[in-house]
Ligand binder design. Structure first.
Ligand code: SAM
Length: 353
């Protein structure tokens, strides 16, 4: 009797943690779209043809979104990680993040119209970061460089993905569980490269509270935000550093992860970063990357993926769509184990041979 009840309790807990946030962020998405239509009308632009709803593409996206949440729940039920706590903050924090998000939309829109992609490249920043980094990715204010940008980032990403970004990130946990199984977590080491505001590392700690982890990112502001977000955990460290030169000895870590970063890098830098991940991994160690689906992964999504970098400033996304990660990995002694789709993302797994 207790097993079905505890299964029911898990399902209720899962649904009550995920449904409200999907409603919240999807709601933001629809309001944002309405505001964009209003702006176009005010600017005297011809309205775009009314989008049909419930197209085959909409239906497939809906099915794949549902499959993502089903997989997320199945992972919880299999004991791979607990019912997730997304830690989006109190209602006041949520409202404040929402205000920050909406207040920035007109500036993003202006930047898109002017194709202003390099506002953050100034006499102050030039030379302090690689040139490819000093851009207004997604046309966002402050690029990767300001505290406001870090505070807005997770709302922006969750709105774009209508509340599924964290669920996609969590799909990196099952391949980590495979290599951590039966081992003393306190003796393992994990580095998350391009950790951003630390959302993925939070889920790593929820699954393995005593695992020593290092978050690495080139943004002071995002690392500050991540430190604050993960302050309740011990054995979590952060470093502001370039993923092209990971500050760790050869063969010193058991797992390297990288979430939603590869599409932000120029092709030669991707190769350097994957080479660095391979260098710091111990033999048998695992690299898990999550990023967008690529061209051909889901042919019905190809047109949507090709359109994406025209709406958001994503200078390296077109090359990402065609990148051969298995070939890059092979060149640095990483064996390609699997690719698994997770809604509009995929989980790529490689082992150091
Ligand atoms: C799209 S965000 C992804 C952040 C986070 N992993 C997530 O799940 O949302 C890309 C991150 O990569 C970082 N980044 C880009 N190039 C980098 C580099 N060369 N070295 C370290 N971090 C870098 C940016 O600062 C940013 O935080």
């Amino acid at each position: 009797m207790s097993r079905p009840l505890s299964r029911l309790a898990t399902r209720v807990a899962y649904a009550s943690s995920q449904l409200p946030r999907v409603a919240w962020y999807a709601g933001h998405f629809y309001v944002m779209r309405r505001l964009a239509e209003q702006v176009r009308r005010n600017d005297g632009e011809r309205p775009p043809p009314r989008q049909r709803s419930n197209t085959p593409l909409d239906r497939q996206l809906e099915e794949d979104r549902t499959a993502l949440f089903e997989q997320d729940l199945a992972n919880v039920e299999a004991g791979i990680y607990p019912v997730p706590a997304d830690h989006d903050g109190s209602l006041l924090t949520l409202l404040d993040r929402s205000r920050l998000f909406f207040r920035d939309l007109p500036d993003i829109d202006q930047r898109r119209k002017r194709n202003a992609t390099h506002e953050v490249l100034t006499t102050k920043t030039r030379g302090r970061r690689p040139a490819y980094y000093l851009q207004n990715f997604h046309f966002q204010s402050g690029g990767w460089l300001t505290d406001d940008s870090a505070d807005r980032y997770d709302t922006q990403v969750e709105v774009l993905f209508k509340g599924t970004a964290n669920a996609m990130r969590r799909q990196a946990l099952p391949p980590l569980a495979e290599v951590f199984a039966g081992r003393d977590q306190r003796k393992l080491r994990l580095i998350d490269v391009g950790c951003g505001t630390g959302r993925f590392l939070d889920f790593v700690k929820q699954a393995w509270p005593r695992l020593p982890t290092l978050g690495l990112d080139l943004s002071d502001a995002y690392v500050r935000h991540a430190r604050q977000h993960l302050r309740r955990w011990s054995r979590v460290h952060f470093i502001v550093a370039n993923a092209e030169a990971i500050p760790a000895p050869d063969a010193s870590v058991d797992a390297v992860t990288s979430i939603f970063m590869m599409h932000e890098l120029p092709p030669p830098v991707r190769r350097t970063v994957i080479g660095e991940a391979a260098r710091v991994l111990k033999p048998g160690g695992r690299l898990v990357m999550i990023d967008s689906l690529q061209r051909g992964d889901e042919p019905d999504y190809d047109a949507m993926l090709e359109r994406f970098p025209h709406l958001y400033h994503e200078p390296y996304y077109a090359s990402y769509l065609r990148e051969d990660f298995a070939a890059i990995a092979k060149g640095c002694a990483l064996a390609h184990r699997s690719d698994t789709k997770a809604f509009v993302s995929k989980v790529m797994v490689f082992d150091k041979t």
